[in-house]
Write a new protein. Structure first.
Length: 422
């Protein structure tokens, strides 16, 4: 059976692929693939089905209601390890991009931080975290109740990034604050109702909280770890086994859609698509500003311009790195979700499938890394890796705590954190 590149131009019957998604901007590649015709060109019709929570996405993929899904990057790892309820062992052969997450605190909490730590609003993410630490210490001394922070799912980049940011300033997320789960579309309302004091979620909900005057953005994914994969294409193994050509064609379509989404000339069209009620359902102007990286961080008008706030294709943003799967596993170990066991690494690596990505895009114009793993978070210099026909620059890559991650030494990495599960 030929690859999509080999069969391009032959008439093929249209194949239906059912796709579950959450209304976030990083569903862009899937929406563009269907709306702009990239899927149709490969003989595929995507049936995009909106859902409200990641647990629903997980369950509906397991129950065969979806063939593939818009999925949090840690979810396939958790599924392969049998973590959580109904851990159906899915995998990902394609990442849907990077960026978009932010930590947003209630405006009332941030103003209190300003008073305690003399913040003028220009501070970076780490300084904001230290100010929060000072306020938490004062609240404890005064006998006030712990702050409540929300993320979208226990096995999520939001959970691990929120915890990483807190711990970098000496805040223990398991003893100094209360961590809870709130689905992305409900976070702003939960904050407005004072049910939570802060949250970490993907765009557009952070900036919506700011525009409604209830939130203040204090850190972004770019501040915590810019090159981390954010969402991935979760694939049902049963469907993949029965439809290997459809999966390869889908990857080709998504690759073309991701390239289109990254082009600033297409951002007006992309914002209009995503603004439709069937997808994200918020104002196209707000979406366009987020695509440009023009982030309103404070209701008083304070803004940040963040290059590549959302990246859909460049710098190998779609490649499912085994080293990133291992980093996710390191955070599961760090926070006590699973004990470290060398025997688990085969399951961790089964969650991310660069071999399928590489096979589907062989001979295409997309530079494909020739390696599956690398040291993550190496610092301020651009990371360069071997790729088919040459080398590929991945941009700068540094964690907020400035520690690199060697995927061959997970125990050593985890033990180096002063704050971790006991």
């Amino acid at each position: 059976m030929g690859t999509p590149a080999q069969t391009k131009g032959r008439p093929t019957p249209e194949r239906l692929v059912r796709v579950g998604f959450i209304p976030l901007l990083d569903v862009a590649v899937l929406v563009a693939a269907e709306e702009h015709g990239f899927a149709r060109r490969e003989g595929i019709r995507l049936q995009l089905i909106k859902d409200v929570s990641w647990s629903n996405i997980r369950d509906r993929l397991a129950f065969r209601q979806f063939d593939v899904a818009h999925m949090l990057s840690p979810m396939p790892v958790a599924s392969q390890l049998g973590l959580g309820s109904n851990p159906y062992p899915c995998f990902t052969p394609f990442a849907l991009g990077r960026g978009g997450n932010s930590v947003t605190l209630s405006l009332e909490l941030y103003r209190e931080m300003q008073a305690v730590a003399s913040l003028d609003g220009s501070e970076d993410a780490l300084a904001n975290a230290h100010a929060l630490k000072a306020l938490i210490d004062r609240r404890r001394h005064e006998g006030r109740k712990p702050l409540v922070f929300a993320m979208t799912y226990p096995f999520s980049s939001h959970n691990y990034e929120f915890r990483f940011w807190l711990a970098a300033a000496g805040i223990d997320p398991d003893s100094d604050v209360i961590m809870t789960v709130v689905p992305p579309p409900l976070t702003v309302d939960a904050m407005a109702a004072r049910a939570i004091d802060g949250f970490c979620v993907n765009a557009p909900w952070n900036m919506i909280a700011v525009e409604k005057g209830v939130g203040r953005i204090v850190a972004t994914k770019a501040d915590i770890w810019p090159s981390a994969l954010e969402k991935v294409l979760g694939v049902s193994p049963d469907w993949a086994e029965k439809n290997p050509e459809n999966l390869a064609r889908l990857i080709v379509a998504l690759d073309a859609a991701a390239r289109w989404c990254d082009d600033p000339h297409n951002h007006h069209s992309l914002a209009e698509m995503l603004s439709r009620p069937a997808y994200v359902g918020v104002a196209p102007d707000l979406i366009l500003r987020l695509l440009k990286g023009e982030i309103l961080v404070d209701p008083n008008g304070g803004t940040r311009l963040i290059k590549n706030y959302l990246m859909f294709h460049g710098q190998a943003a779609n490649f499912p790195w085994i080293s990133q799967a291992r980093w996710i596993y390191s955070q599961m170990v760090r926070w006590g979700q699973v004990a470290h066991d060398g025997a688990c690494l085969a399951q961790v690596e089964a969650a991310y499938r660069p071999d399928i990505y590489r096979s589907a895009l062989a001979g295409s114009a997309t530079p494909v890394p020739a390696i599956d793993s690398k040291v993550e978070g190496v610092g301020s210099s651009s990371t360069v890796v071997p790729a088919a026909g040459g080398h590929l620059s991945l941009g700068t890559d540094a964690f907020i705590d400035q520690r690199a991650f060697d995927p061959s030494d997970i125990p050593g990495y985890v033990s180096g954190f002063a704050i971790r599960a006991k």
